[in-house]
Ligand binder design. Structure first.
Ligand code: AMP
Ligand code: TRP
Length: 339
């Protein structure tokens, strides 16, 4: 097998299945901006085809697509340096996903914890798309021969499956065509938890709005949500070890660490022994300081959806320039006749 070296390239995506949360910002977008700044070629995608694996009202899907794109732009994704587009405008994603549906094994899909959690006891009634979702995600990544994928902790298993698909394709067809993509999961914001239940992740679609910080929440709402966030009665510990078995306390410390660009150690050095009555308002102030400029810019951008669409169109054209030849070569490798 030829020993191909792949040039570093970053790909990541967010589903427009609701508004952006603080989890999306800390677990994904904040680091995407950093990777763009480091100068790595970066491709960021609003993965609308992933969103429709569960029912989306069409009007709400359009709004959420604009909101997610606006959030990326407002956070610092620069469409002249990174490629920013929405997935359904590049049909090669769905086409490569079909090839990967024929590479991935049913047994692999059955092990996906996100599917098991989302399907729950209702597995017979969920869409076939929800089951096949990780194969589409592998296509998103491998269509660009992406070498690095910055994601939150919850996506690690899907990136591992992407590597399994790449390895099996390369092996079955005796090629060295797809890279072994690395997940990039580092720092304290990789698993932002629900503010009312520290055993669940903060998500766009949880039932209660009080359990998450939305990127578009105003200062008063952010302060109220942190104030009401569940904690235990003990004060902040003297060392990070003291956060063990205290999921809610750990979550608030991690959020502070991630927003301030620090670590659990640096937060505890400042707040050891403090009560929640002191820490929560400080956390709310920090969150407002970091998020308000982004949400102001998001609102400005969302007032002009036609401009967002124009930018997504520019990204689509650049994405297709990379994607089309990769898909074409894949078809050739597989033996599909091209006239
Ligand atoms: P999603 O909203 O599920 O499309 O997720 C988009 C990106 O945000 C992925 O990289 C996720 O891992 C990340 N993400 C979503 N929720 C969280 C969370 N609560 N904590 C950390 N990262 C998250
Ligand atoms: N599955 C991811 C999530 O739910 C979103 C996603 C789709 C993605 N395709 C991707 C993330 C490719 C990284 C790379 O969060």
């Amino acid at each position: 097998m030829a020993d191909t070296t792949f040039t570093p390239r970053v790909f990541s995506g967010i589903k427009p299945s609701g508004g952006l949360t603080l989890g999306n910002y800390l677990g994904a977008i904040k680091r995407w901006v950093a990777m763009q700044e480091e100068g790595t070629e970066s491709i960021y995608c609003v993965v609308d085809l992933h969103a429709i694996t569960v029912w989306q009202d069409p009007a709400e899907l359009r709004t959420a697509t604009h909101e997610v794109a606006a959030g990326m732009l407002a956070s610092g994704i620069d469409p002249s340096r990174s490629i920013l587009f929405n997935q359904s405008q590049v049909p090669e994603h769905a086409e490569l996903a079909w090839i990967f549906n024929c590479v991935a094994r049913v047994g692999w899909m059955n092990r996906m914890t996100q599917f098991k959690e989302k399907a729950g006891s209702n597995a017979e009634k969920v869409s076939l798309g929800l089951y096949a979702y990780p194969s589409l995600m592998a296509a998103d990544i491998l269509l660009y021969h992406a070498t690095h994928v910055p994601v939150g902790e919850d996506q690690k298993q899907h990136v591992e499956l992407t590597r399994d698909i790449a390895a099996k394709f390369n092996h079955d067809y005796k090629v060295d065509f797809f890279p072994m993509t690395e997940p990039v999961i580092e720092g304290p914001g990789m698993r932002v938890m629900n503010l009312r239940d520290g055993s669940k992740k903060m998500s766009k679609s949880g039932e209660s709005d009080m359990e998450r910080i939305n990127m578009l929440d105003d200062a008063d709402t952010i302060a109220k949500k942190f104030k009401k966030a569940r904690t235990d009665p003990a004060p902040l510990p003297e060392s990070p070890d003291g956060l063990k078995d205290r999921p809610e306390a750990k979550n608030l410390v991690d959020i502070y660490a991630s927003l301030s660009g620090g670590t659990q150690e640096s937060v505890i050095a400042e707040y050891a022994g403090a009560g929640w009555g002191q820490f929560k308002p400080a956390l709310a102030d920090l969150a407002v300081e970091k998020l308000a400029p982004i949400s102001d810019e998001m609102r400005r951008l969302m007032a002009d959806p036609a401009e967002i669409d124009r930018l997504l169109g520019v990204g689509r054209d650049r994405a297709r320039e990379i994607a089309a030849p990769v898909l074409e070569r894949t078809y050739e490798i597989v033996g599909l006749v091209r006239s």
